[in-house]
Design a protein around this ligand. Structure first.
Ligand SMILES: C[S@@+](CC[C@H](N)C(=O)[O-])C[C@H]1O[C@@H](n2cnc3c(N)ncnc32)[C@H](O)[C@@H]1O
Length: 264
């Protein structure tokens, strides 16, 4: 359960964006980014966006963690722990579940794995014991949520790695598989497991216009049998299936962020 709360009926989308863009929140994001080991490809990219008041995932995650004070946080696609560190810096004992298959050289940088992220978290004062579930999220997530389709062996392994894991999570970030079908699957595996009052964040809904037609973008998107086009299409197709959730889309600048708030 979240230890803090937001009265969502009081906050329209624009008001939320103003709260996230407040100088205090952006300063916190910058402070945490500066405490982490420099990623020569991405640290400066994030800092540049933040310094220019262009909101991106880290800004939303940090504000949500500070405001909601979640007891539990689940992230698909941890990489070097940028977003995870935002949560851990706001709530130093939050129970973390991180899913990643640690793809080598992801986005042009080293992707060293759980021990590296553990040490980054310790460096910003995290006091808890993060649980990392390594492997393809399309196999590890169903096992985590004890879906019978995941197979007995996988569920047993999960019981060993993550005993006492919750069925509902207070704050989640879906930022792993960026193919259209893969991202949709991750959303469908996680959205039902959001606690009431909790928030799920989905990254990259606003494609960079200069890359839209590039071979890299098309390769990453993979097959599009349903005509979703991009991750915004994926998001809208997924969230409409959850009528008790409010959807918020921040698309003012790339990479763009969507939020699902569970109201009931
Ligand atoms: C965009 S990065 C995550 C960035 C991270 N959220 C942050 O705040 O810096 C995506 C990560 O997802 C992982 N990934 C991609 N496909 C995956 C899959 N099917 N299962 C698990 N992890 C996956 C990659 O290894 C990579 O580390």
């Amino acid at each position: 359960m979240n230890r803090g709360s937001i009265d969502w009926s009081d906050v329209d989308d624009e008001a939320l964006f103003r709260l996230v863009a407040a100088s205090e929140n952006l300063a916190s994001v910058e402070t945490v980014m500066n405490q982490l080991t420099v990623d020569h490809n991405w640290t400066e990219v994030v800092l540049e966006l933040v310094r220019n008041g262009k909101l991106e995932t880290r800004c939303f995650i940090r504000w949500l963690a500070e405001t909601l004070k979640p007891e539990t946080y689940l992230e698909i696609g941890v990489r070097r722990g940028f977003s995870m560190s935002m949560v851990a810096s706001a709530v130093q004992d939050v129970q973390i579940y991180g899913f990643d298959m640690w793809l080598k050289g992801y986005a042009g940088s080293e992707n060293p794995g759980p021990d590296y992220v553990r040490s980054e978290l310790a460096g910003i004062g995290y006091t808890g014991s993060p649980v990392f579930l390594s492997g393809n999220s399309h196999q590890t997530l169903p096992a985590f949520f004890s879906d019978p389709s995941s197979g007995w062996l996988r569920r047993r392994r999960m019981d060993r790695l993550a005993p006492g894991r919750p069925e509902l999570l207070d704050l989640m970030l879906v930022d792993g598989d960026h193919s259209l079908l893969g991202a949709y699957q991750d959303l469908m595996d996680t959205l039902p497991h959001l606690s009431v009052g909790g928030v799920l964040v989905f990254d990259d809904i606003t494609p960079d216009p200069s890359y839209v037609d590039s071979v890299e973008t098309k390769n990453e998107a993979g097959d599009d049998p349903h005509g979703w086009m991009d991750l915004l299409g994926v998001w809208r197709h997924a969230i409409v299936q959850f009528p008790s959730y409010r959807s918020i889309e921040y698309a003012t600048n790339t990479p763009g962020v969507a939020l699902a708030v569970r109201l009931a």
